[in-house]
Design a protein around this ligand. Sequence first.
Ligand code: ADE
Ligand code: ZN
Length: 336
Amino acid sequence: SDNIEFLKALPKCEHHIHIEGSLSPELLFQLSAKNNIPLPESDAAYSSIPALHQRYADFQSLDDFLGYYYTAMSTLIHASDFEALAMAYFTRAAADGVLHTELSFDPQAHTSRGIALTTVLTGLSAARARAASELGVSSVLICCFLRHLPVHESLVFFESEALQQAFASGEVVGIGLDSSEAGFPARGFEDLYTRARALGLRVTAHAGEEVGPESVREALDVLRVERVDHGISLVQDEALMRRVAEEGVMLSCCPLSNVVLRNVKSVADVPLRVFLEKGVRFSVNSDDPAYFGGYILDNFVAVQKAFGLSVEEWRTVVTNSVEGSWCDQARKSKIL
Ligand code: ADE
Ligand code: ZN
């Protein structure tokens, strides 16, 4: 319909996509066979591709999803696997009208099983170069730290030569914090974020996805993030919402993710209308598109179905998301 064509044509920036979260059941089975990485026989979900799709449609919680997410990424071995994964995402994103995208990745989930950071980065950067030249899609990389692992490990990994080199060269422009939110508060990662900000890195963190607004406040006060990933529980705290609006902190919202992971009952319960009314900036993103039933355009379509935003309101969303991106001003001007 006209509606979809309008949404498709909007110039999009994606801020919240875990590249490992774009690993489809189809690619998972391929990589498992190619790399000789068996999938858990004890879980009937891995008996076939359709069975796995069915299981992905029935996540009970963030942690339920994360178990499948970490299992699937264990089939990524070679730089060429990471390149193929990212290239498939870039191709799909370009078709959805994405002009700039900021890929989160979870290197600790790879180094912990013996895959070197340079292997991961070689693959992702090869895909990024091809996306720029073949698809006209610019991109940056965000190194996410896993909050369920001991804080000490994040500091050791942060200081590793390979990662410091990737920061110094500009190959990785920022850090994030992801994985289980409940029980793993942001305050443990204060030193990590202080060091990252001292290097001039961009900083974001998942907060307010499965925990209340106190988690968002902690990310702002302790980690001093410039963006918040998800942040939907912010709606429960009027004063904090005003502060976020005033300070221009951007939320990277992922409506389909919130429904599939049961943080809300339906897309209409993601507080995007309230955020618009209160001047809280947000972008609309896919999070883990292979797991949550949709890429960025599917999320735009779901938002439109739930809220019926006006052309003017979409302009606001799109403009804010370009302004909140971590590319240079020249690129932003070109996109808008
Ligand atoms: N890792 C991948 N997707 C995530 C999400 N939605 N929340 C926390 N950690 C994640
Ligand atoms: Zn996420």
